[in-house]
Design a protein around this ligand. Structure first.
Ligand code: UDP
Length: 498
């Protein structure tokens, strides 16, 4: 902290040199360097300031240090600032605003809300004014600091971009209230960036660019795992019985499996294994959120399994066997880590109820997992290992901002089933890089899609190969940074000529 401006510390991250030493990533890094070389003369001498509302927690805070480190390495001086306030009510207001943009909550923002928002914006703008120069570049992330950006623009006139990480592809009373609240601040911005065209409010049309979220292929969640590493992670996290010695010690906290009586217990025991390395596995890993479509996925899987006994289905022996032994893994964060999320608790309670009502035979084939969240690294490694052990990865969302879980699975060359929810249809082209479910609440359609993909290994291999290529071309951090450099240069040019 300096004064009251928070300047978060950035832990060491990978360098471009590290990525380009990997043959499959080298072309992307080379492209990025070439793009940087073209635009850097325009950007040199300016500092890029990234401003958001939290140094920890959430996707933006996780992504910023990585972006900042790589931009610095490319020669652009980049700094991170976090807005702060003593007024706790500000965070309640911005949380309400966040929910409204997602179409949730009471569609109302009051004059008091406006006064609070403006007051906090002023405080922060005053503190930042001495740091930022008129030739610098300012990128504001999400609605919380949007007012700060608008005020700084008034005072300093530097090029100003708003990066909005959220959105909804529907116009609802809630979204209208939020967007009309924000309109006056948006006026001051030279440009805005969204994750999908459907999210752009009318008043920003013509000033908005799409930059998709992206993944780091070398992060703990996405990096390649050798067979030994993979097995080690499964053993260390309690997802596989360690019948052999393994090199690394057990994780501090292990994954838990929902037991038949509805309590959480060890994920595997002597008598009961999951079979992650042996059986066909269908997986969904998400937050316990109703919109993630866990319940209809579970029901769809159950209906699929029942087809094994249906003589009218003309399954060959191999597929019948496959359906007999396939298992569904539904994984999400440890419920104690989401105690402040009553809706998440409720959704999980409903799923537990649905699980308990399954016949015993089916309970063996449905594996509900609670993944500890204390160590982000260990959690990420578990997600990585589970996705890699999957035959098919599903993201059966009713709504989805982007759906990084799909990106992560596609990168791992997994046959991925999504839905037409906005974020997922940005990524998966049905029949090309995966399959899309039209109605995620229709368990029969879910069963049909699973059946189709499980039945056809050639189709799976084509879809998954294309999926990985799609992520490689569109959703890796290198391309994302290239887009940012272009946009920054374009904004500098445009603002210089106005
Ligand atoms: N995730 C995780 N552990 C879990 C559940 C989810 O690490 O137990 C991760 C998941 O791998 C993904 C992120 O949380 O990286 C969720 O992002 P996504 O865009 O899919 O959905 P959101 O949760 O933002 O709606």
């Amino acid at each position: 902290m300096t004064g009251m401006v928070e300047i978060p510390k950035i832990e060491e991250a990978f360098t471009l040199q590290y990525y380009e030493a990997l043959h499959h990533l080298m072309p992307s890094v080379t492209d990025l360097r070439a793009q940087a070389a073209m635009v850097m003369p325009l950007l040199k001498g300016r500092t890029l300031w990234m401003v958001n509302s939290t140094a920890q927690g959430g996707g933006v805070a996780e992504m910023l240090p990585k972006m900042i480190t790589l931009l610095e390495e490319l020669g652009l001086e980049t700094r991170w600032l976090v807005i702060t306030t003593e007024e706790r009510r500000f965070y309640d207001l911005t949380k309400r605003m966040h929910n409204l943009i997602h179409g949730e909550g009471e569609p109302r923002l009051t004059d008091d809300d406006r006064a609070l928002y403006d007051r906090v914006s002023r405080e922060n703008a005053e503190r930042m004014e001495g740091l930022i120069g008129p030739d610098d570049l300012l990128v504001i992330h999400d609605p919380q600091p949007m007012g700060v950006g608008a005020l700084l623009k008034e005072r300093l006139g530097m090029p100003l971009i708003w990066r909005c990480h959220i959105g909804l592809d529907e116009h609802l009373p809630q979204t209208r209230v939020a967007w009309s609240f924000l309109e006056r601040y948006a006026d001051g911005y030279d440009h805005a960036v969204f994750s999908a065209p459907e999210y752009i409010p009318d008043y920003l049309a013509g000033r908005a660019t799409i930059i998709h979220p992206a993944i780091d292929p070398q992060s703990h969640k996405n990096r390649d795992l050798s067979p030994h590493k993979l097995v080690g992670i499964l053993c260390n996290s309690g997802l596989k019985h360690d019948s052999h010695p393994v090199l690394t010690p057990p994780f501090e906290q292990r994954a838990q499996r929902l037991q038949r009586d509805g309590t959480w217990g060890p994920a595997v025991t002597d008598g009961s294994q999951i079979g992650l390395l042996y059986r066909p596995i269908v997986t969904q890993i998400s937050r316990w959120d109703r919109l993630k479509g866990f319940a209809p996925l579970l029901e769809g899987f159950v209906r699929l399994k029942k087809r094994t006994d249906d003589p009218a289905r003309n399954y060959d022996e191999r597929h019948r066997r496959r359906l007999e032994i396939v298992r569904l893994v539904l994984a999400g964060p440890d419920p104690s880590a989401v105690q402040d999320d009553p809706e998440g608790q409720e959704v999980l309670a409903e799923l537990i109820d649905a699980y308990r009502r399954l016949p015993e035979r089916m309970q063996h084939d449905v594996v509900m997992l609670s993944l500890p969240m204390q160590s982000r690294k260990e959690n990420a490694l578990m997600v990585n290992a589970l996705q890699r052990c999957s035959t098919v990865v599903v993201q059966n969302s009713l709504r989805e901002g982007f759906g990084l879980t799909a990106t992560e699975a596609m990168w791992k060359r997994k046959a991925t089933i999504g839905t037409y929810a906005c974020g997922l249809r940005q990524q998966i082209r049905s029949g090309v890089d995966g399959a899309l479910i039209k109605d995620p609440s229709d368990a029969d359609e879910v069963a049909d899609k699973l059946d189709r993909l499980l039945q056809d290994p050639t189709l799976r291999s084509v879809l998954s190969r294309n999926a990985q290529r799609r992520v490689f071309q569109e959703f890796l951090i290198f391309g994302q940074l290239g887009h940012w450099l272009q946009l920054l240069a374009q904004t500098v040019e445009e603002t210089a000529s106005t």
